[in-house]
Design a protein around this ligand. Structure first.
Ligand code: PLP
Length: 413
């Protein structure tokens, strides 16, 4: 029942309030005028913006846990003498990157030239692009960015790429900073270790247009290897070749400013195997693929970093026992391996582009129409790519909104 005061208030505030009020007790507590949502966000006025008024599905960052994760990585790296150059493909957010830099990160690693352009353009120095330019588009952009931002670096695993970028740099009177990407257990990139890698390093070092920065050895198969002991073994095996390469390069008198690699899963391992810096990314938010790899003290759960990112979703249909429909569907990258925060009895499923499912078997459990739950995603890279912004929360209160780099237009690729 609406009180007389409710009526008067609703009248005074016009229709903006009334929609919320007709739903009864569920929404009468919230007098948030939804029409003002975007303008308030634009002027960073988060008054009354709590999780319950957000559109869904939406990405939520728990700021306390996020800050703890960044600090933990920074402290661990400091204690083992490693630098942190975090990988931003995981979050694609300048706001997140700035907080990583504030906690001591020496730069960033990026997966695409578009990411490098964005983060460098935001004033962040020492961006390392962890792929090589192999198209006219990417070569020109890598050269242009090198000219604009002399701290920008990229990797190469092929002498042909060095020829291409050298020629493009000569045409634009640019200077390049290049690291050699060496094989470290994953066949997707990286020149063979030993002689081929050292020859490529020599080729770069002898170029009039380029400066050799060092090496990248990303052990892509180690990070998600289950149990810390098995992960340590894998990382050690995968990095054996790069250690030999680096030693050879040093013996040949080549400069090695850094050996970059590593991950969230191996952050407390890789200092043993010759890396000088960590490219870890997922630790800022974490996902269920990482929860399952086990930690140094617990083989089952990887608890070093906390799940600080969730997807908020609404139960929007409930017509059958033990299942509800949500708005967390395929477009939001639902996966059966996702987990519901604080409700381990729920199983996540998909029912279509904009339809998700939550199922349960326990008889004494239930969800109601209109309930909201938060879900940990399975793969951050994929999921964050499907959203435009993070709603940053302290408890239920939204305290900030961070844009996620867009997905449309040439400049975003
Ligand atoms: C080149 C590179 N470096 C580092 C990482 C480590 O990231 P994470 O800590 O998220 O496992 C990745 C992840 O895929 C990567 O591709």
């Amino acid at each position: 029942m609406r009180s007389r005061r409710d009526f008067l208030m609703a009248g005074a505030a016009a229709s903006a309030f009334s929609v919320a009020r007709v739903w009864g007790a569920k929404t009468t507590g919230s007098a948030f005028p939804y029409e003002e949502f975007e303008t308030r966000i634009a002027r960073r006025d988060f008054r009354d913006i709590t999780k319950d008024v957000l559109p869904t599905p939406s990405m939520i960052v728990d700021l306390d846990l996020f800050e703890r994760n960044i600090k933990r990585m920074a402290d661990q790296a400091k204690s083992t003498g490693l630098n942190v150059r975090p990988h931003v493909k995981v979050h694609k957010s300048v706001d997140v990157a700035r907080r990583q830099i504030t906690q001591g990160a020496i730069g960033l690693t990026c997966a695409t030239i578009a990411e490098a352009e964005l983060f460098s353009g935001a004033g962040i120095k020492n961006v390392l692009w962890t792929k090589q330019p192999a198209s006219v588009n990417n070569i020109q952009r890598a050269v242009a960015l090198s000219k604009k931002d002399p701290t920008f670096m990229f990797v190469a695993d092929d002498p042909l790429v060095v020829d291409w970028v050298e020629e493009a740099a000569a045409a634009r009177n640019a200077r390049l900073r290049i690291a050699v990407s060496v094989w470290a257990g994953m066949d997707r990139q990286g020149i063979e270790n030993g002689k081929p890698a050292v020859e490529l390093a020599q080729r770069i070092a002898s170029s009039k247009r380029a400066q050799l920065e060092g090496f990248m050895a990303y052990t892509g198969t180690a990070p998600h290897t289950k149990t810390w002991a098995a992960r340590r073994k894998r990382s050690g095996d995968d990095l054996a070749g790069s250690r030999e390469t680096v030693a050879m390069a040093k013996r040949a008198g080549l400069p090695v400013n850094f050996v970059s690699g590593g991950s969230t899963g191996t952050y407390n391992i890789d200092h043993e195997f010759g890396l000088t810096e960590l490219e870890a990314g997922s630790y800022v938010f974490m996902d269920t693929a990482y929860f399952a790899v086990g930690g140094k003290d617990d083989d089952k759960v990887y608890n070093d970093f906390k799940g600080s990112l969730t997807v908020l979703t609404t139960v929007d249909s409930k017509r059958h026992p033990n299942i509800v429909t949500t708005d967390y569907g395929n477009k939001a990258i639902t996966r059966p391996t996702d987990q519901v925060k604080g409700m381990p009895w729920l199983e996540v499923g998909t029912q279509g582009a904009e339809y998700g499912a939550l199922r349960w078997t326990e008889a004494d459990r239930d969800l109601k129409l209109g309930d909201r739950v938060e879900i940990y995603c399975t793969n951050l890279d994929m999921s964050t790519n499907a959203f435009d912004r993070y709603y940053v929360a302290r408890g239920d209160q939204i305290v900030d909104v961070w844009p996620i780099m867009g997905r449309t237009g040439a400049a975003q690729r």
